[in-house]
Design a protein around this ligand. Sequence first.
Ligand code: URA
Length: 209
Amino acid sequence: MPDVTVLDHPLLRHKLTLLRDKHTTTAQFRQVAREVSLLIAYEVTRDLPLEPIEIDTPLERMQTEHLAGKKLCIVPILRAGNGILDGMLDLVPSARVGHIGLYRDPATLQPVEYYLKLPTDVADRLVILVDPMLATGHSAVAAASRLKQSGVTAMKFVCLLAAPEGVANFTQAHPDVPVFTAAIDRELDSHGYIRPGLGDAGDRLYGTR
Ligand code: URA
């Protein structure tokens, strides 16, 4: 059974509508993408383990809890993945950040890596791989494979929107990597766009079209 979570929260659904609306400006899109990412990060980190700790409040000593287990590393797939990095860092500011850059070879249509920079201890961290759009899934599949080659054993994948084809391809290639998304849309069109979708996430984030 594929491990896919479609997040369901009124704030998320409202903000996703803003992202989809073609009248949303670049500045608004960027801000809302950040807010949505924070809300998704809240859900993705829901199962982080805690351990007991004793602290002093201003009034007395108490038993409480703090995070234990693997530290986090967020890895955006360039360039659109950067649009959901800041919202995640708003919630987990001490997370490390890696970057992976992939482009699509026009002849083979396969993703080719052009950039990779990861923390040296990435293998010891829980990696959250992020890309706003899980369309064909080719980039996400390649990025997750590359992270595994780099020693990563604990990973989750986060996107804002997914196409059924992308979900199928990713979960088949990486059944051990849970997927979190705000919505799964109807289909992928012949140009590789998610429908109804929100357009080209990179262009909408950076105003390049
Ligand atoms: N990438 C995007 O930015 N948008 C899509 O709809 C598909 C892939």
